[in-house]
Design a protein around this ligand. Structure first.
Ligand SMILES: Nc1ncnc2c1ncn2[C@@H]1O[C@H](COP(=O)(O)OP(=O)(O)O)[C@@H](O)[C@H]1O
Ligand SMILES: [Mg+2]
Length: 596
């Protein structure tokens, strides 16, 4: 019931069309009831001698035209009426299909859009814990299943329900006794449906699951083809694929078997049922309890009803599949989205940041403990620490990708918990070590957060990031479309394009989270100098392994195991026993070796 309400809500915007489609459906179904009546009248009252039994306006028309005599001389009228009604039926069906197709496409689009809109508003945490394959699956094939339900199945079901009801009504009014005979095997048919439904839907689910496996395998291997080739794993991977492929094939076969069972049983019941109606009908006619015309009409209705019933049973399977899909989508739609998170001041931030006793844990795992430091606008903080010491997490807290557990973080003296996420992300730009670029032009990638920025600005930003020369060497310069996952650019170029992205946004606070790791030391120095020139008052976080990069920072923090273990400027840290000096010495030695 709730599902129905969910579906009904999705029709918003095309409701009149949906209702109109229903009206067309009803009309066409009603038209389908007429032909057997015409047949009955012609057999019983035109060929036979039974008095006419028809609605009054038709009776008076027949009388006016010359009664049974006239019709007997013009039998083509019967054929013409049947064909005419049939054509009308076809026309209504056509418009019904057009309308319902339109409605279901609309619903499909609606659902997709809603899902996407919801998805991008989910907290970062959701994506950290949900496999992306899972999300993709839900956005593509689950939507497909629901759309299938809406386009074909739901309408078919409605159509079947209407036809069954109309046929049943016609049967009862035509011959009550024969109706009981004709429906005597229906309980068996329902039992059959119930018995087979579980088996069938399991078979279909398995089939879907195996298909997912195959698709997932393919997806990974297309992405990881370099690894497969470099490690000479082709033969091995082909075997694994073969096994998956075979299992997928088995699942298809199983579901086909299940269907074959179902249909053969069904057909047997259907034939038995029809035979019973005919046999009992003949008895009734020969005993004078019914007429040949009534019998013919009745058999037509009964056959139509049983056919619809079988369809109904079959539809149950796709309903089951769509139910599964609907539930999976509901899982996503039920996830709470990120709220605005607080106030959103108009003026840009100045860039004073203070951490006071900040602690943070991923679930049970304590990541950061007692982080305390502060920087003034325009200052640069360097952070040094081994992988996993919590440097990136620190930056994520700053833009509220996660909310900190204890302590306080302030921006310009205001607790960031009270500031909107949007505001923070607008004012604090973070460039990560492994930035993601879209398969769009370089220009579009750089202007991602500043759409429509003039070419001059884009180039200036690229110059600051020292990537302008590289871009000009691309085949089509700034209009070069980057390959999937940015594969046509090197890691260093990717990092620098990401820096250009941040520069053009002009954030008062900029964090380079290891984002110079893939460029050489010389370029690193140039980019830092350019950044300095670009905006003097900018607060900068520099996370790096290079002592050379950190050297000029106003404050350097050394992080170990989620804590700040050393702090000071280069001078002070170089004179202290600790991680900073050890790394400085190693790099100095390496530098001497390189130049020697
Ligand atoms: N989404 C997450 N869920 C659980 N643990 C995480 C998650 N992201 C990072 N971590 C853990 O947090 C710790 C700090 O990670 P991170 O801040 O990325 O370190 P760094 O940037 O210094 O290399 C690591 O031990 C890492 O395993
Ligand atoms: Mg990191």
């Amino acid at each position: 019931m709730e599902k129905l309400r969910f579906l009904w809500a999705l029709t918003r915007g095309r409701r009149w069309m949906f209702l109109f489609a229903l009206a067309l459906l009803f009309t066409s179904s009603y038209l389908a009831m007429i032909a057997p009546q015409v047949t009955r009248v012609f057999i019983d009252s035109v060929i036979g001698a039974k008095p006419f039994d028809a609605p009054p306006f038709i009776l008076s028309w027949i009388e006016g035209a010359g009664g049974a005599e006239f019709l007997r001389a013009n039998l083509w009228i019967g054929a013409a009426v049947i064909v005419g009604v049939g054509l009308l039926y076809a026309a209504f069906q056509y418009f019904f299909k057009v309308m319902s197709g339109e409605v279901s496409e609309f619903i499909g689009k609606n659902t997709r859009d809603r899902l996407y809109a919801h998805l991008v508003r989910l907290p970062y945490d959701y994506f950290a814990r949900t496999p992306s394959g899972d999300i993709l699956q839900r956005c593509s094939s689950d939507i497909g299943a629901i759309q299938g339900l809406l386009s074909d199945d739901l309408m078919s079901i409605l159509s079947a329900v209407i036809m069954i009801a109309l046929n049943a009504y016609m049967m009862i009014t035509t011959d009550r006794f024969l109706t009981i005979v004709a429906l005597s095997l229906v309980p068996v048919m329902i039992l059959l449906n119930v018995a087979v439904k579980g088996k069938m839907s399991r078979a279909f689910e398995a089939r879907g699951g195996r298909d997912d496996d195959l698709a997932g395998f393919m997806h990974q291997h297309v992405q990881g083809i370099r690894v497969v080739k470099a490690f000479g794993r082709q033969a091995h991977e082909r075997l694994r694929f073969g096994a998956l492929s075979r299992r997928a094939g088995d699942a298809v076969r199983d579901s086909e078997y299940a269907q074959a069972y179902y249909w053969s049983f069904w057909l047997t019941l259907f034939l038995m049922q029809t035979a019973m109606v005919i046999v009992f009908g003949i008895f009734r006619v020969s005993a004078g309890a019914s007429t040949v015309g009534t019998m013919v009409a009745f058999v037509t209705y009964a056959e139509s009803l049983l056919r619809q019933l079988s369809y109904f049973g079959y539809m149950m399977i796709s309903i089951t599949m769509a139910q599964v899909a609907l539930k999976r989508l509901d899982d996503i739609l039920g996830e709470p989205v990120e709220d605005a998170g607080g106030e959103s001041p108009d003026a840009p931030a100045k860039g004073a940041i203070e951490f006071r006793g900040v602690g943070f844990a991923y679930g049970e795992k304590q990541i950061l403990e007692d982080i305390t430091f502060s920087i003034e606008p325009g200052q640069t903080v360097g952070i040094l620490g081994k992988a996993g010491s919590g440097k990136s997490t620190l930056m994520q807290l700053l833009i509220r990708l996660y909310d900190y557990g204890s302590g306080s973080i302030t921006l310009d003296g205001r607790e960031i918990r009270g500031l909107s996420r949007d505001y923070l992300r607008r004012n604090i730009g973070i460039v990560t070590q492994d930035p993601f670029l879209f398969s769009r032009t370089v220009n579009e990638n750089i202007t991602m957060a500043a759409p429509g920025a003039p070419a001059g600005e884009v180039e200036a930003a690229a110059c600051v990031a020292c990537v302008d020369r590289d871009i000009r060497e691309f085949k089509e310069g700034y209009e070069t479309v980057l390959g999937e996952r940015g594969t046509t650019v090197s890691g260093g170029q990717r990092q620098r394009i990401a820096i250009a992205q941040a520069v053009i946004r002009g954030c008062p606070v900029l964090a380079l989270d290891d984002s110079l790791s893939a460029v050489d030391a010389e370029t690193d120095r140039r980019i830092r100098a350019e950044l300095q020139r670009d905006a003097k008052g900018r607060t900068v976080f520099l996370i790096s392994h290079r002592i050379d990069t950190l050297r000029a920072a106003d404050l350097i923090l050394v992080m170990e195991g989620g804590r700040i273990t050393q702090r000071g400027d280069h001078e002070a840290l170089s004179n202290q026993d600790g991680l900073y000096r050890r790394i400085a010495e190693i790099q100095q030695a390496a530098g001497r070796e390189a130049t020697a």
